[in-house]
Design a protein around this ligand. Sequence first.
Ligand code: F6R
Length: 588
Amino acid sequence: MCGIIGYKGNKNAVEVVLNGLKDLEYRGYDSWGIASLNGGISLVKDVGKVSLITLEDLKLDPSKMAIAHTRWSTHGSVNQTNAHPHFSGNENFALVQNGIVENYQELRGELKEKGYQFNTETDTEVIVRLIEDKLKITNNLKEAIMTAFNKLKGRNAIVVINKENQTIYAARNGSPLMLGIGEDEFILASDPSPLLKHTKNIIFLDDYELVTIGDTYHIYNLQTNQEIQKEIQTLTWDPEQAKKGDYPHFMIKEIMEQKHTIKQALVQDPELIKNLAKEINLAFGVYAVGCGTAGKVCLAGTYAFSDIAKKHINFAFGSEFPNFHHFIQSRSLLIVVSQSGETADTLEAMETVQEKNGKVVSLVNVMGSTIMRKSDYSLLINAGPEIAVCSTKATTSQLALMILLAYAAADRYDEGMVLLKNTADQVGLMLNEEFNNSLQQLAEKIKDQRDIYIIGRGANYAIALEAAIKIQEVSYIHAEGFAGGELKHGPIALIEENTPCIAFVANDETKADILSNAMEIKSRGGYIIGVAPENNEVFNYWIKVPDVSYASPIVNIIPIQILAYYLAIARDLDPDKPRNLAKSVTVK
Ligand code: F6R
């Protein structure tokens, strides 16, 4: 949800922030902008994809200091004026924001009454004018930023470039911001991807912290103005992992990486897993919470805990969870799942639990992310950078850890490890050229369909929901997932001659019933695509997957990720950057 970046150092800052924006583009891609300091501040911004822009296109002189932004619009339409950075009236400073100023209307009203003019429809311009207003009192930009920032409501992070003292200021509350410390250079960004090329030494800023970057950096508590010392951490990701390599798109690269990412997810401290399982067993009320794909993993997790550990776990999407706050108490435990570790709705769910002194266990991919740092316990899923907007490899790693926790909660950790290691091996064998080609052919066959339905039972009901969002987000075909037994209660009316319906038929106790549901659809003209270890006469098309008992959600979602990818390709769409979406959803 918007990417922000700032650089001060010996390299050409314009080039660094332009390349950084390309790394951050998956956070938002409707417009972009750069402000560079070279005597005065020069500003270039435009609508469209920054990935298409070259250094020459910018026509900016090389400089040592610049800030930049890639936008996923929240307030104000997508146009050049609304794109960030936004200038102060005297062009002494320019500012970019990631997040939302929830009280922007109120602040804007107050500032208008004081005579300030607004040139854009954005909430971000309110921050600029507010800083200008505070400057009239203090004449000190750092203090003005602090006072203005403390008046903002909502989750946001800002970066400001100042002409007069050649300093970059950045502050955060709720939206991610980190500082990379290289040799004679400093780089600020919303996530680690643009930092990797320059340094692995990172300081993760916490809420209500402000950093100034002049000759060196200083970090302050935004509320007390006290300088603070923070630990420098080392990133474990490799810059090569964030590159496309020989693949045409990140999505297919990340799908293929599942040959080894599931194994990597299992590289955990066994004692920690067992202790977390104990915490889960002892808790009074356990909730699994995530958004989008991560939410589907949580739902699948509730079935895993029921089937394997005979343990009841509640599920809610992050945005819905606060409705259950009445039932949270100090013995409650929240299992949070998030690739980015920055999703605002998920963070809000965590806050709901932490306000009542409950505990949070998180499964996250991005090291140092807010969710990781705010959790009582956190497991890194070790999937490496996931760049495509559509989550793929993170999903199967999250599923593997959920299933492992369920086995540990049943005191069957070793058995769980054997199953999951075998599943990881089976995925390695399944992901081959022949498999992908067959799915590409299937995509060609169904690419012009208006609707695709997906059914599953038990944990594979969650996978039916996940399969639907994979197809929706990259192919823009209407896809909908249902619990197999629910179709006859209404949705079956939608089935017409040749409507594709994907059925997940795991070799478990749900098999007979889901096959009956598939038959009910076939009898009404549906075209049944069975995802199963064994063929069945009800299938019009069979996608063979390994038989891995309780790990079936892992092997079942992978072919649909591939199918979704090839549907996007067949429909001439960019699978890495689906319309209207952003990778990291840091607004509510
Ligand atoms: C779908 C997708 C989203 C995310 C959701 C949560 O492919 O990527 O649905 O899963 O926005 O994001 P994280 O996992 O970062 O909390």
